[in-house]
Design a protein around this ligand. Structure first.
Ligand SMILES: Nc1ncnc2c1ncn2[C@@H]1O[C@H](COP(=O)(O)OP(=O)(O)O)[C@@H](O)[C@H]1O
Ligand SMILES: [Mg+2]
Length: 376
């Protein structure tokens, strides 16, 4: 029998999707073939501290998280500079990292940097692709460079925001605008605004979450369409899915996403005109390559009333619960949940292998021959 791959499943994290991540981790753990994988669990707390396998396992098994975290902290010297990553000591024998951390730490390049330092393969995009795809301003810059349609926007910062009155924003973007922190997710800090009062209140809130805030041209009640992409250099696309929020709700906000999703309908797959399906699929695959994504991504679109699609955002580590769209769109496209996990691990191993061929060259400096300086 071949040796089992020792996989560390990392979950939790300090974003609003902490609990979603726990649920995703459960589903992934259950679906992983234990004849092939030897899985150990490690949780990042809501403070971003990595817990040991034992505490993580207890939380995973259903003990009250707050109690276990308290016990763990009591037994840790949190003043030690390496306290947040002390549990790495237990990962000596790990062959492969499986991060299921949505948002901060997981999708912004942070843990990918750690895996790179440890020189181990992992699931998903690398540091730069994760960071670019997590930052809505950087994403749009790359999409614009690649000629992929997305909504026009103005980047606001604490330094320039006073230069943009509501009237100026309205003149540039129209009278329906979305205000968003650049690096958040879960619709946190996002506001739909149509007048000066709403604009200033939205800015005040959005700047709590980031120093970069986007004022983005709003589409009026767009259709929200999503697609799953899988692969490295030759990515494949799933059928499309759609999310329908109740008419009474202005948009897909934190409330109807996480608090009470009972009025939300997911169309799996969604039936759209062929030309639109094709355009969305092409845009998604093009964006996947432009942003240099690897492994997986769920790419979200907004479609206006004239059936014109705008790329809204990529999600490099999307939800993986059994009702999450990423795996479900594959399910309806013919790839089962356990098969998807096998493929993602294989893609991570392939990407690691590919990168190991990159040459790092060192040249000794020898006798330095430096340029002359001319001080004036
Ligand atoms: N330009 C826009 N026009 C219309 N609705 C929008 C626009 N931008 C965002 N939304 C609404 O806000 C939701 C969250 O925005 P999104 O950019 O996806 O942020 P998050 O990363 O928090 O999911 C979208 O699913 C959509 O309902
Ligand atoms: Mg979104």
């Amino acid at each position: 029998m071949t040796k089992k791959l020792r996989v560390a499943l990392l979950f939790g994290g300090n974003s609003s999707e902490h609990d979603v991540s726990k649920r995703s981790a459960h589903n992934i753990y259950d679906a992983m073939d234990k004849d092939k994988y030897d899985v150990s669990l490690f949780m990042f707390t809501k403070d971003g501290i990595l817990l040991s396998n034992e505490y993580s396992q207890r939380i995973f098994d259903g003990e009250a998280e707050a109690d276990v975290v308290k016990e763990a902290y009591d037994n840790m010297d949190l003043d030690r500079p390496l306290a947040p990553i002390m549990a790495l000591n237990e990962m000596e024998g790990i062959d492969f990292f499986y991060p299921v951390i949505h948002g901060n730490l997981g999708e912004d390049g942070t843990v990918q940097g750690l895996f790179k330092l440890l020189n181990k393969p992992y699931i998903g995009s690398n540091i730069a692709a994760s960071a670019m795809s997590f930052d809505k301003d950087l994403t749009k810059k790359i999409l614009n460079e690649a000629g992929i349609r997305n909504t026009p926007y103005v980047l606001l910062t604490p330094e320039n925001k006073d230069e943009y009155s509501w009237e100026q924003i309205e003149e540039k973007l129209g009278n329906l605008v979305f205000i968003k922190p650049a690096k958040q997710g879960s619709s946190v800090g996002i506001h739909r605004v149509t007048n000066a009062e709403e604009y200033s209140a939205a800015l005040e809130d959005a700047f709590k979450y980031d120093f970069k805030v986007l004022a983005e041209k709003g589409l009026d009640r767009p259709q929200e369409v999503e697609i799953s992409i899988l692969g490295n250099e030759q990515p494949i696309a799933s059928k499309l899915g759609a999310v329908r929020v109740p008419d009474s709700d202005a948009f897909y906000d934190y409330e109807n996403k996480f608090v009470d999703a009972s009025g939300v309908v997911f169309d799996l797959p969604v039936k759209l005109p062929d030309y639109l399906t094709e355009e969305i699929t092409d845009m998604a695959l093009k964006a996947y390559k432009a942003l240099d994504m690897k492994g997986l991504s769920r790419i979200d679109f907004l479609v206006d009333s004239n059936n014109v699609p705008y790329l809204s955002e990529p999600n490099t580590l999307p939800g993986f619960t059994n009702i999450s769209l990423y795996p479900q769109m594959w399910e309806v496209s013919g790839i089962s949940y356990p098969d998807l996990i096998d493929r993602l691990i294989k893609l991570g191993l392939d990407e690691y292998e590919r990168n190991s061929k990159i040459k790092y060259d060192f040249r000794e400096l020898g006798t330095e021959r430096v340029g002359k300086k001319n001080y004036n």
